[in-house]
Design a protein around this ligand. Sequence first.
Ligand SMILES: N[C@H](CCC[C@H](N)C(=O)O)C(=O)O
Length: 291
Amino acid sequence: MYFTKMHGLGNNYIFINLLENTLQEQILPTLAKNLSDVRFGIGSDGMILICDSKVADFRMRIFNADGSEGKNCGNGLRCVAKYLYDHQFIDSTCFTIETLGGIVEVHISQENTKEVEFVTVDMGEPKLLKGMIPMKGDPTTKTINEPLTIGGNVYYLTCVSMGNPHAIMFVDDVHNVPLETIGPMIEFSDLFPERVNVGVVEVKNDNEIDYRVWERGSGLTMACGTGACAAVVAATLNGKLKQNQVITVHLPGGDLEIHWDEHNHVWKKGRAEYICHGEIKLDYFTKETML
Ligand SMILES: N[C@H](CCC[C@H](N)C(=O)O)C(=O)O
């Protein structure tokens, strides 16, 4: 089975093209976990499958490093779009990709280079109601800077779904937050029945924010595309940014341009890069334990 390892701002995944291949459904969580293992496997933030779709041009499935299936992946979408266009599975520079979190539209920014460097994605509309995150509480209300007690501490959270759930908090310095401690506490809180991605945001000025993330199912990553979108929406809802502006989001792995437009769509522009191609033996990577 061939794979391609790619990254979006250091948020890296093992991509498997299932347009001409198949994998048994029941092996997918174990396969994702073992591929992601940095010691016994290849090492990545997870696995992404490129599949046919009945409702869009293509379908993307994303599995986190713990084997859990995510519902959307902003960095992964840019890599999938680049892979499909570079490998001539599509010749249009605008096409749609189905995810569990909804259908998105990707735009290839072909800047006269032989390979795609930048991809812009219309990530669709943010979902704000508790029932859509999902999280506990009145499903018809929003969570905007709400004080929530988790593990004995009070966190002021703003929750946004970009097809996948994000809990965002605002801090004075994103580099001075023990995200490796508070991240899992919030991720696994019973407030979030499907767990949650946890992000910290420092608003620098009217057009820039710093953002770090503890990802559901993968832990600290260098970047999170859906999280960057959620961070801009959350900062705008809290009056810290203005809507319909292009915001530069600084992540540990690089910058993304995010634009929550006047039609309530969130656009994301950023790089996507190849790391390597290779071949794996499925029987090795589908063992329950690698020890
Ligand atoms: N951990 C996320 C999936 C990956 C999202 C992230 N890598 C991105 O670029 O959006 C979740 O379980 O919702």
